[in-house]
Design a protein around this ligand. Structure first.
Ligand code: HEC
Length: 124
């Protein structure tokens, strides 16, 4: 009985170890516009933010649109918290929460967007 308890405990400890290692590895991986950022924006934002009728004149379907000059910068390279994009998905700052309504960008996805901006918001 005792050895079973030990075995069970070992499994938990080992499992947690592997899990935390995997999580610790995530922020170290450089984020890519094409592979990481664009799919998130496509999923949540591009429906309203593309083409000639883009809401707020903001085109989030391309890197060019995302980084175009605006009164309130969508992206401030290196400064996620100052970027309207991050304020919008968090519903913080003076920017309206995006997307409007019940959908909310997942915390893990906001992490990805923030990491990419803090890594310099490269067209990678
Ligand atoms: C259902 C349509 C819709 C979706 C989806 C949507 N937006 Fe918007 N967005 C709007 C509208 C409408 C405005 C203009 C709001 C206003 O000025 O009152 C806007 C404005 C903005 C602005 C400008 C805010 C400002 O104060 O300058 C940003 C940044 C923005 N959206 C980012 C996003 C992001 C990022 C997503 C995806 C996570 C997204 N939007 C998804 C409709 C949408």
């Amino acid at each position: 009985m005792k050895s079973f308890a030990f075995l069970a405990l070992s499994c938990v400890v080992l499992g947690a170890g592997i899990l935390s290692q995997a999580q610790a590895g995530v922020p170290q991986e450089a984020k890519s516009y094409k592979n990481d950022v664009a799919p998130i924006l496509k999923n949540y934002c591009v429906g309203c933010h593309t083409g000639n009728s883009a809401k707020a004149g903001l085109d989030l379907s391309t890197y060019k649109g995302l980084t175009a000059k605006r009164e309130k910068a969508t992206i401030v390279a290196g400064k996620a918290e100052k970027s309207a994009l991050i304020q919008a998905v968090k519903g913080s700052g003076e920017v309206k929460k995006m997307p409007p309504g019940r959908r909310t960008v997942k915390a893990a996805e906001i992490e990805v967007l923030s990491a990419w901006i803090n890594e310099g918001a490269k067209d990678n």
